[in-house]
Design a protein around this ligand. Structure first.
Ligand SMILES: [Zn+2]
Ligand SMILES: [Zn+2]
Length: 207
C-alpha cells in the first residue's frame, strides 16, 4: 500500500524515456462484471473481486461496444460530463441503443443514448473496459494505467524544469498533450493525479 507521498513540486525532472507500455505491467480497468478495479494485461481482464476473467477476442465487431451519442453527455445525477469513451455495456431498449455508464465524478450509473463504436479512437488502445484511474481536469480526461505510470506523470508534470532524457524521439512524456504540460494547469493536473492516487489506494490497487 502506498504511504503518504510528498508531492515533488517545482523540482527538475529528466524524461525517463520509454513508451506508455513501459510504465507498469498492468492496466487497471473497471471490471465488466462487478465494476471494481480489475487488472488487464496481455491475457485479458482478471478481477480479484468477483473472479471475472476474459480472453482477448480477436473479433473487432462486438455489438456491445458503444459510445455516448453526444460527446457532451452530462451525468443525470451530478450534471458533470460522463466522457465519450467506448464501453462494452451497450444494450437495446425499444429499438434504441443505450450505454450503461458509471459517472467518473459521482460514481452513479445510468443508461445514456448511444451509438455503436467498432473501434476506439481513444488513446489508440484496442477497445477494452474503461480505465479505472481516470478523471476530468480542465475539461480534459486525465488517466493513468497503473501506479508506475502515475508516479512518472506526477514527477514529470510537477517539475518546474523538464529536461530531455537520454532517449531521443517520441517518448511517452514527449507525447503528452499540451494542456497537461501547460504551467497554468499544473496545480489542477497535480490535484487530479492526487485524486487518482487516492482512488487507487481505496480500491486496493497495489501496482
Ligand atoms: Zn469483478
Ligand atoms: Zn455524476
Amino acid at each position: 500500500m502506498t504511504s503518504e507521498r510528498h508531492l515533488p513540486i517545482h523540482h527538475r525532472a529528466e524524461d525517463p524515456g520509454g513508451r506508455l507500455d513501459s510504465f507498469g505491467d498492468v492496466i487497471w480497468v473497471h471490471c465488466p462484471e462487478c465494476d471494481k478495479a480489475s487488472k488487464k494485461d496481455a491475457n485479458g481482464v482478471s478481477c480479484g473481486h468477483c473472479g471475472y476473467t476474459t480472453v482477448q477476442s480477436r473479433k473487432s465487431s462486438n455489438t456491445k461496444w458503444a459510445v455516448p451519442a453526444s460527446p457532451k453527455q452530462k451525468c443525470s445525477h451530478c450534471s458533470e460530463p460522463i466522457g465519450s469513451e467506448s464501453r462494452p455495456t451497450a444494450r437495446t431498449k425499444d429499438g434504441e441503443l443505450f450505454l450503461w455508464v458509471r459517472c467518473p465524478h459521482c460514481g452513479e450509473t445510468d443508461d445514456y443514448p448511444a451509438r455503436q463504436s467498432w473501434n476506439t479512437q481513444h488513446f489508440g488502445y484496442e477497445p477494452g473496459p474503461p480505465l479505472f484511474l481516470s478523471t476530468q481536469v480542465a475539461g480534459e480526461t486525465l488517466w493513468v494505467n497503473n501506479l508506475a505510470h502515475l508516479d512518472a506523470l506526477e514527477d514529470w508534470l510537477g517539475a518546474k524544469v523538464r529536461e530531455r532524457g537520454p532517449q531521443p524521439g517520441l517518448t511517452m512524456m514527449a507525447k503528452l498533450p499540451r494542456w497537461m504540460k501547460a504551467s497554468t494547469n499544473r496545480d489542477k493536473v497535480l490535484r487530479g493525479l492526487a485524486q487518482l492516487r487516492d482512488r487507487a489506494q481505496k480500491a486496493g490497487i497495489d501496482q
